[in-house]
Structures are given as C-alpha cells and as structure tokens.
Design a protein around this ligand. Structure first.
Ligand SMILES: [Zn+2]
Length: 92
C-alpha cells in the first residue's frame, strides 16, 4: 500500500485520480454522485481498484449487484491516500 500523501498535478505517480467505487461503466447514473467517488493515488488506482474490478469480471459480477460488491471490497483496502485521512496534506 502506498502511504504517500497525494500530490497536486497529474504527472506524479502519486497524483490523485477519482475512482468510482461502483464502476461508472456499470452505474453511469452514479457518475456524479459524491457518495460514489473518492480520490486515491494513481498507483493504488492501477493496482488495487483494477485488481478488485478484474476479480469482479472473472466472477461474473460485472453488473449492478457486483458493483455493490466492488464498492465493499474497495472499502476493505487500507488505502492511506484516501480523501479525509490526508486532509490538508495534499499541498506542499
Ligand atoms: Zn495510494
């Protein structure tokens, strides 16, 4: 897991990306829902979020029911870079 504070800007591997907890591909209606989005660093997004989503696909859970499962699995990952836990530390 990362543990490095998010940085501003898009070129750092620790730059923040917005992840949709329930994938937007399955739930486009939740695309702009604040409850369904969070910021994680680029590396964690590539590694952890993709891993969970790939697992869902392989388990035939790429559907609205699976989207809930995906969000639950993401909630179990001890991201340190999440919104809130790094409040105020993203700049500098
Ligand atoms: Zn991270």
């Amino acid at each position: 897991m990362c543990g490095v504070p998010l940085r501003d800007g898009r070129k750092s591997p620790r730059s923040a990306v917005v992840d949709h907890k329930q994938p937007a591909e399955i739930r486009p209606d939740l695309f702009l829902d604040d409850e369904n989005t969070w910021s994680v660093c680029f590396d964690c997004h590539q590694r952890e979020c993709r891993r969970i989503e790939d697992r869902a696909r392989s388990m035939n859970l790429w559907n609205p029911r699976g989207a809930v499962w995906i969000a639950q699995e993401k909630a179990k990952v001890p991201f340190i870079c999440l919104d809130g836990r790094i409040a105020g530390s993203a700049s500098k």
